[in-house]
Write a protein that binds this ligand. Structure first.
Ligand SMILES: N[C@@H]1[C@@H](O)[C@H](O)[C@@H](COP(=O)(O)O)O[C@@H]1O
Length: 241
């Protein structure tokens, strides 16, 4: 894994945005794997600014998102579909029939997992953006998730629900389940860019980079991927430098 450490989140965001913009320009039909959470928001802002200033074209880009909450409905303000629209899709010229998120709204969640695996087999991400949970989760693959799983339904760890409660009115409103790409789907991406910032990610970053490869720290599986770039700020890097 190549590690890039930046003075602050702003510089980190710019570096990741520059890479994405460059790839979209060179390959207008690229498939981007996208993530939610606070971490990528700054990058999405920069993609929007660049699109407005330089007209970078997203009309033939396909996107696949990592995950979605179960049972809160696509149009709920805190669904990941709404998040992606608000923070990126509504502000660039992407075609909404080319954006894909797993369906957490249906009653037949097994079928939704199958359907998303099919989407992912047709649209393998050229670049997958990843954040990391404080417990080392990627997507919503919580500690203990077998590495060979594909899209599946997860019961969210209490730590994850608490970490994400800031987006909801109260902890009770945070969904208890999600539908997520499995680790195997994530490992299929041709290139992975993992981003992390802040001291609360430092331990997970250290374990991911130099700890044992273990299902107890899902991100450690990335040590087995041939093309991973890790973009972190000084705070997130404080236990490795
Ligand atoms: N499902 C998402 C992950 O994809 C994300 O990477 C992680 C970190 O979130 P944040 O970037 O807000 O710290 O949390 C959520 O649980």
């Amino acid at each position: 894994m190549n590690i890039h450490i930046y003075k602050n989140k702003k510089e980190l965001d710019q570096a990741v945005a520059d890479i994405l913009i460059e790839h979209v320009r060179q390959n207008p039909t690229i498939t981007l794997g996208l993530a939610t959470g606070s971490t990528p928001i700054g990058v999405y802002d920069l993609l929007i600014k660049d699109h407005q200033m330089n007209q970078t074209d997203y009309s033939r880009v396909t996107t696949v998102n990592l995950d979605e909450y179960v049972k809160i409905g696509k149009n709920h303000p805190e669904s990941y579909f709404s998040f992606m629209k608000k923070n990126l899709f509504d502000h660039i010229n992407i075609q909404m029939d080319q954006v894909h998120l797993p369906d957490g709204e249906t009653d037949d969640l097994d079928q939704a997992c199958e359907a998303y695996n099919l989407v992912l087999s047709q649209h393998i991400p050229d670049i997958q953006i990843l954040g990391i949970g404080g417990n080392g989760h990627i997507g919503f693959n919580e500690p203990g998730t077998p590495f060979d799983m594909k899209t599946h339904i997860v019961k969210l760890a209490e730590k994850t629900r608490k970490d994400n409660a800031r987006f909801f009115e109260s902890l009770d409103d945070v969904p208890k389940e999600a539908i997520t790409m499995g680790i195997q789907n994530i490992m299929d991406a041709r290139k992975i860019i993992l981003m992390a910032s802040g001291a609360n990610k430092a331990e997970a970053v250290k374990q991911m980079l130099s700890g044992p490869i273990t299902e107890q720290l899902p991100a450690s599986v990335l040590q087995n991927h041939p093309n991973v770039e890790v973009y972190i700020d000084k705070e997130a890097a404080k236990l490795i430098i």
